[in-house]
Each structure stands twice: as C-alpha cells, then as structure tokens.
Design a protein around this ligand. Structure first.
Ligand code: TRP
Length: 330
C-alpha cells in the first residue's frame, strides 16, 4: 500500500525561497516517488487569523496556488485543493474538539507565546487572542486525520501541531474504536538552516525573506539588501557568510566551491552579489515563466483546484462516513 502524504501551506504572504527549498520542492519530489500518494492543499481557513482583508486572501491564495503549479506540482499525480472546498474538514474539526482536552490547547506554542507576551506587557492574558488561534491545532488535526494521512512533511515549527494531531487521533480511537491513522511528522532539515537577508532564519515575520517569484529587478534588489561585513575587495571573506549559504543551495558543487574560494581570495561583495543573482535567477527563471502564466490564467487554476477538491472529497468521505458511524450519529 502506498503511504499517504499530506501537507498544507497557509496563504499569509508571498512564497519565499525558504518555503520553496524547505517545503515545496521536497514535497514535489515526494509526489514523483511511486511509494507515496500525495495530498497538498491551500490552508486558507488557517490564514484567516493573520490576514487583514478579503483582498489579501485572494492575492495570497492565488500566489500560493500558482507557486505550487509553477514549481512543478502535477495535478494528475497530486490531489491539490483548497481547504475551504472540503467542508467535511469543518465538521470533523467540531467532532475532534470533543475529544481534545482544553489543557492540550493551552500548551500549544503559538497560543502560549501570545499569553506570555500579554503577561509580560501587563495586559489582560486573553488580549488579542481569538478562538481561531486557540482552536488552530484542532482544525489542523482535522485536515490530517480526515484523509488517513501517514506522513506530514512540515517545518520544525509545526512539529508540535503534528504531535497534537497524534494525541487527538489516539484519544478518539480509544473512545470510539480504531478510526484514524496516527500520523508521523517528516521534518525537512533545510528549513532549519536557510538564512534570510539579515542572517537570521528566513521568515515572513522577520521581513528578511527573498520572494520566490518577483521580476529580476526586485530579485536583484533583495540580494543587494543582504547584510555583509565591511571588508573591502581584496580582503578574505568568511566562507560561511549568508551569500555563500544561499549560493550553495542554488549552484552545483563545482560552481559553489569556486565561489567560496573566490570569497576567501578576496572577491568583493558587489561582485559576489552579482554572481549570486546569476545562479538564483537561472534556477528561478523557468519557473517564473510558468508562474506568470498561471497568474494570468486564474480560471485554469480555479479549474485545477475544483477537480482536486472533487478527488479530495471522495477520499475524505470514506473517513467522514466512518467517523459519523463510530460516534453513533449514522
Ligand atoms: N499550520 C501549517 C503552517 O502554518 C499549515 C497547515 C494547516 C498544515 N493545516 C495543515 C500543514 C495540515 C500540514 C498539515 O505552515
């Protein structure tokens, strides 16, 4: 039996190269492996908590959908859909809430961090916290359990959510008999190390990310923003600087070692940035072309997602019906 792999990306911003190397590229590689049966989706309801307007939702949801397609997701191979197109997820979310201890949610990192921040600032502990944030991990468990998922590829920051989904699956199975597969996380290593423009971890929230699909000029500008030290051309540079780390993931071994040797021999930062732009742009350009195509043909994207949702609901309904039966409403 093929292993079922499922993951979602929240449309809360433009996809950046950290998302690409940490999540999208490895997920697409998995989908090309015959041992796996892959379900990838746009977690639009999980984004509601962060987004400020309907316009942002539209903008980012298409950006993420077109990014997946541009990076090579084949909708014939992958069940590719929007979370909101599978309403069974929301009923399951409610059912699962009833086997989820409140204390488990109190310990979820994102919620706990908010409470601690309020405490530090002398605010009411609940200040600025809505139920969407509090229930976030249950909705995520519903996403996963509804499809009998075996493996969930995620970044390290999501590990606790998978542990919560496992706990919820186990509590449910204990109360109602074996219904759900208990999923395993699959943590991509690269996400832990990919650095951003300022040398910290690349993240939307640090505003240090390099957007994956922009025009060449903007890409060049982002690269020019990468923080370096003040060493002059001719002075040896640190071979583990941010430029070298980024160069490594875009270039082949030979090109990378030449770059590092040149840095050690005194390559100027300006020239180094030019070379980084060249290797990055060479990698991104063919995908950017596809991205631009899909962004200009949103009706095609809608159609792909609609067909994906039909396939997803077919699989989901099996677990959904079984759940309704096991809880005694059918
Ligand atoms: N919470 C995930 C993130 O922020 C997105 C997500 C929602 C997800 N549902 C999921 C990931 C189910 C994996 C499986 O990145």
């Amino acid at each position: 039996m093929k292993k079922r792999v499922l993951t979602g990306i929240k449309p809360t911003g433009y996809a950046h190269i950290g998302n690409y190397f940490g999540a999208i590229k490895p997920a697409i590689e998995m989908s090309n492996n015959n041992e796996y049966d892959c379900f990838y989706f746009i977690a639009d309801n999980h984004a509601l908590n962060t987004l400020k307007s309907a316009e942002e939702m539209k903008e980012y949801a298409y950006n993420i959908a077109c990014t997946w397609l541009a990076c090579g997701l084949d909708p014939e191979k992958v069940v590719f859909y929007r979370q909101t197109d599978v309403p069974e997820v929301f009923h399951l979310n409610w059912i699962l809430s009833n086997v989820t201890p409140k204390g488990l949610m109190n310990r979820a990192h994102a919620y706990k961090a908010k409470v601690e921040e309020n405490q530090k600032n002398g605010e009411d502990l609940d200040s600025g916290i809505n139920m969407g944030l509090y229930n976030y991990p249950i909705l995520m468990a519903a996403d996963i359990l509804l499809f009998g998922t075996d493996i969930v590829p995620v970044g390290l920051d999501q590990k606790q959510h998978i542990e919560i989904a496992r706990d919820i699956a186990e509590s449910f199975n204990k109360k109602y008999g074996k219904t759900f597969v208990v999923p395993e996380p699959y943590i991509e290593k690269e996400t832990c190390t990919l650095v951003g423009l300022d040398g910290r971890k690349m993240s939307k929230s640090y505003n240090n990310a390099i957007q994956l699909f922009t025009d060449e000029k903007t890409l060049q500008k982002s690269i020019n923003r990468i923080v370096t030290d003040s060493r002059l051309p001719g002075e040896p540079k640190d071979p583990e600087c941010t430029l070298a780390i980024l160069f490594k993931i875009f270039a082949d071994e030979e090109r990378y070692s030449k770059f590092v040797n040149d840095l050690k021999a005194g390559l100027g930062w300006g020239e180094a940035k030019k070379q980084l732009f060249e290797v990055m742009n060479a990698h991104i350009a063919p995908m950017r072309e596809k991205f631009d195509y899909f962004m200009a043909h949103k009706d095609e994207v809608d159609e792909i997602l609609k067909l994906g949702a039909e396939k997803a609901r077919k699989v989901a309904s099996e677990y959904y019906e079984k759940t309704l039966k096991n809880i005694g409403v059918k």
